[in-house]
Each structure stands twice: as C-alpha cells, then as structure tokens.
Write a protein that binds this ligand. Sequence first.
Ligand SMILES: Nc1ncnc2c1ncn2[C@@H]1O[C@H](COP(=O)(O)OP(=O)(O)O)[C@@H](O)[C@H]1O
Ligand SMILES: CC(=O)N[C@@H](CCC(=O)OP(=O)(O)O)C(=O)O
Length: 292
Amino acid sequence: MDKTETLVAKANILIEALPYIQKLYGKTVVIKYGGNAMKNEILTRTILQDITMLKYCGVNPIVVHGGGPDISAMLKKLNIETQFVGGLRVTDAATMEVVQMVLCGKINKDIVAHMGALGGKAIGLCGKDAGLIRAHKKCAPDGTDLGFVGEIDSINIQLLTTLSLDEYIPVIAPIGVGENGETYNINADTVAGEIAAAAHAEKLIFLTDVDGIRRDPGDPATLISHLTVDEIYQLIRSGVVDGGMIPKVEGCIRALEEGVARTHILNGTIPHPILLEIFTDQGIGTMVTDDV
Ligand SMILES: Nc1ncnc2c1ncn2[C@@H]1O[C@H](COP(=O)(O)OP(=O)(O)O)[C@@H](O)[C@H]1O
Ligand SMILES: CC(=O)N[C@@H](CCC(=O)OP(=O)(O)O)C(=O)O
C-alpha cells in the first residue's frame, strides 16, 4: 500500500462512523463505569478516550461511576467490617464516611482529571451538588436495616442538561442527598438507570467485568447478544441473572420504561468498548430492548 492508499484507508475508517454519529448527534448516552471494570489504567484510558471522542462527535455522554471494590479495600484497611444484603452494602455512619471519601474524593476526581488530560471538559458531581440526586432511606424487602442506603426520589435533570449544553461531561458519584442534608449510599447501576430514564437518553451502557449476560454465567461462549425485558424476567426467575447483574438489568428496564431506546451491558475490560458498540454494525455485549 502506498502512502495515499494508506491515508484513504484511514479516511474510510473514519467515514464508516458517519451514519452512527449522525444518529446519535445531540443525543444523550448514559455510561455506567463499574468498579470491577476500572482495575487497569491502560484500559481505563481507552474508555475515557471513547467518552471524550463521543463528546467531540456531538453526542452528550453522562458518566456514572461505581467503585465498590475500592470502598471494600479502604474499609478493610480501616478494619471496618462490611456486609452486603441483596447486593447492597449495609452502610452505617462510619461506612458512609468512607464510601463518600472513596467515591467523591478519590474515584470521581481521578476520572475527571484523566478525562481532562485527554481534552474532555469533565465535571465531577455527586448527588449532593445542586440536589442532583434526592433520596430517602431505603427499606430492604426482608426488613434488614440497611443504614444509610438511599432510594432515589428525583434527579435534577436540568443541571445535567445545562452542563451538557455547555460542553461539559458530567461524571457522577452515586451518593444521594436527603431532605435534611443526609448522605445516602446508592448502588451505581440504580443511579445510572434513573439518570438515563430522567434524561430520556438515547442509550444506556453498563461497562462491567464480563462480556455481557451469559446463559451460563461461567461460560463466555454462552453470551446472549439480544434480550427483551420479558426474557430478562425469565432469566432472573431461573437464577441465570444473579448478583451484581441484577441491578444492571433493573437499570435497563427502568430506562426502557421511560423511552430509552437501547440499553447495553458491555465488557469494560477490553479496549474501546464504547466505540466498538456504537460505531460498528455488529455491536458487542448484550443489548436489552423492550421488544424483539
Ligand atoms: N447471567 C450472567 N451473566 C454474566 N454475569 C453474571 C450473570 N449473573 C451474574 N453475573 C455476575 O455479575 C457480575 C457483574 O456485576 P458486578 O460484579 O456488580 O460488576 P460492576 O462492578 O461492574 O458493577 C459478573 O462479574 C458476574 O459474576
Ligand atoms: C448501596 C451500595 O451498595 N452502594 C455501592 C456504591 C458503589 C457501587 O455501586 O459500585 P460498583 O458499581 O462498582 O459496584 C457500594 O457501597 O459498593
């Protein structure tokens, strides 16, 4: 291949993205970046590059991040025991302080700084900023006292719209604020689902540590590329979808209820998962929609 042919081949790759960019131009894409997918700095960089690239293509990404493993590691260092009930961390006052420090003080600021270094105007927020996520104490179905675990009442979507229109990329830590200023710990998947629903986003993407939903959770060859909401309910009932996957599919269902067209569960431990999903025909991972 001579120099011109190489340049034309490069240009063609860019041009292939055009129809996908046209479809998403000016639309909102909510991306949940899970703690289990955040472990490798080089891969994290490719994800933050993808998000920055989306913004420069005229798409409005909103990022919600997790950080469960980092919270657990910090609690362990501090000799604070941690317990999960139904996938939610039982959060007493001491745990809440650590959750807030790790999510808002460390992970949120690290993501914002990395995205800033890549040229993205990332702005770090938690639910306390301008009442972004209002919440009240959540009651577990079995009556367990979950402490400061929150249930979402409302999302200040106007704040996110304003920031997106001003070219910012909101990066949100999943902490809610109560009526009297209480701090609440909320599962990041739940926050992402509610924000996608409130924003009437075009897409909701969960980046996790598996390639999507599998018929046999231990066997990568059983990846399911498309599921409807009815099929998801069957998979939950049969125990195939379990543990940390449950809040993700619930987030998908919540977003679909509010008119979000497509929701996806993707592997965040491979390079450029977002661009691969958005800018290629085949897509990757599992797509959940409300019809066939
Ligand atoms: N049917 C399934 N297919 C794939 N993974 C599943 C399934 N059911 C449960 N899981 C589990 O869900 C996990 C992802 O959730 P989680 O660990 O909470 O990730 P994150 O930190 O990204 O939120 C997977 O690592 C896997 O162990
Ligand atoms: C109530 C509750 O469980 N909150 C989560 C918030 C962080 C989170 O959801 O992080 P991942 O997405 O990495 O799991 C926690 O304390 O771990």
